[in-house]
Design a protein around this ligand. Structure first.
Ligand SMILES: [Fe+2]
Length: 254
């Protein structure tokens, strides 16, 4: 992968992962924090990332041999790396395929389209009509954007655009997804941040500049499943993270 390396020896994806590790820090109360300056550096690196930088097509050609992916039933998922504070992976959607509405409890997300175009419906929580495990009804403000390869990354935070659905438009699409902290992170004094799914339940009333939409929590949709692909891009040396971030159990096999 020499062609994907910079003169200094680090590939763009490895530089990005190092910046992710430098950016996100644990704060008191089990939350993740970051300095704006570090985040801005990371964002610029994400914005500049391309499918070629992670050898996406090499992963895809192997994934297309999987019946579930070839039949366009399953969403593709390529894990790149993770630590106890962040994960970095790629999702691949077939034309018109949709990742159902889901949340990212108390998490920060960066989504960068690296192939094709997607339509993202983002929902910002405004309040609860009902809050019960497995059956909550939420009032949200909805915004829809279309984002293509070459466009800047989209950001979600614990309070802004934390819920979304993603649909591939005009053909196959792929996006890089950085999440901090990862799902299922045990943090003192915090609920486990599981991924919950929702469907739109109509307009939530009111007049609307704010486009208020009701979300109803649903069980994980049975027709949404993923096929795992192998990351074929430049090797990322994760050793640097072990002392302060990386759980040995999460080191991906070499
Ligand atoms: Fe998401």
């Amino acid at each position: 992968m020499a062609s994907l390396r910079h003169a200094g020896g680090q590939s763009k994806i490895e530089q990005l992962w190092r910046q992710v590790m430098d950016t996100f820090k644990w704060a008191t109360g089990g939350m993740v924090n970051f300095e704006e300056e570090n985040f801005a550096v990371m964002k610029r690196q994400v914005d500049a990332l391309t499918a070629e930088d992670i050898s996406l097509e090499e992963s895809l050609s192997e994934m297309r041999r999987h019946p579930g992916f070839r039949s366009e039933e399953a969403v593709g998922n390529i894990h790149i790396c993770d630590s106890d504070i962040a994960t970095m992976q790629v999702f691949v959607l077939h034309k018109n395929q949709q990742m159902p509405i889901h949340d990212h409890p108390q998490m920060i997300g960066i989504l960068k389209v690296i192939k094709g175009c997607v339509r993202i419906n983002s929902y910002t929580l405004k309040g609860y009509e009902r809050k019960v495990a497995g059956g909550s009804i939420l009032q949200t403000s909805k915004v829809t954007v279309e984002v293509c390869k070459g466009d800047p990354a989209c950001i979600l935070t614990p309070s802004e655009r934390n819920f979304h659905s993603i649909i591939a438009v005009n053909g196959e699409a792929a996006f890089l997804d950085i999440l901090s902290p990862p799902y299922f992170t045990r943090r003192p004094g915090q609920e486990l941040n599981v991924c919950n799914y929702y469907r739109e339940g109509g307009l939530a009333g009111g007049a609307d500049a704010e486009n208020l939409v009701r979300l109803e929590e649903i069980p994980p949709p049975e027709d949404y499943w993923t096929v795992k692909g192998e990351y074929k891009g430049p090797k990322i040396d994760q050793q640097f993270g072990i002392t302060h971030h990386l759980r040995p159990s999460l080191v991906p096999p070499k």
